[in-house]
Design a binder for this molecule. Structure first.
Ligand code: FEO
Length: 168
């Protein structure tokens, strides 16, 4: 069983992950407003991934005989975005989540909570991938510099994103 302090921090991360899901869902709606179905697909996939992340924390807390406490989820800050600003916000948010995971790691180590430390390893790796994915699309969007043909091609590429095995 984890300490009360660790349990509170893990519960807070459930909220962070659910907020992430909510923010990506808002981004999907915004992409629909921009008439970019591939972007909608990408953000919806990401929404599902974030729900799966929240689930991992939820299951882990209960597995260790802890208590889950669910707090209110904040309103996403997504308004009048451009394709580029949507991904810049996604990257900034993922960088914030990476820091959250590192803080959890620090706490687990300080508490000699080896089970939580190992559990968090998956998220450390996942964050590398999540940041790289957002950065990759930002690079492409900067390269095309608003060119409609380029945007069409990127949208088609984002339309091809499929759910990952690990999220099932
Ligand atoms: Fe759950 Fe995008 O980090």
């Amino acid at each position: 069983m984890q300490s009360k302090k660790m349990e509170e921090a893990l519960n807070k991360q459930i909220n962070e992950e659910l907020y992430s899901a909510y923010a990506y869902l808002a981004a999907a709606a915004e992409a629909d407003r921009l008439r970019l179905p591939g972007f909608v697909n990408w953000f919806k996939m990401q929404y599902h991934e974030e729900l799966a992340h929240a689930d991992r924390f939820f299951n882990f807390i209960l597995e260790r005989d802890g208590e889950v406490e669910l707090d209110p989820i904040g309103k996403p800050n997504i308004n009048n975005e451009t394709p580029l600003s949507l991904f810049e916000k996604a990257l900034a948010h993922e960088q914030h989540i990476t820091q959250c995971i590192f803080n959890l790691k620090d706490l687990a180590r300080a508490e000699k909570d080896y089970a939580t430390d190992v559990f968090l390893e998956w998220f450390v790796n996942e964050q590398v991938e999540e940041e790289a994915n957002a950065r990759g699309v930002i690079d492409q969007l900067k390269m095309i510099d608003g060119n409609p043909n380029g945007l069409y091609m990127i949208d088609r590429e984002l339309a091809a994103r499929q759910p990952e095995e690990s999220d099932a």
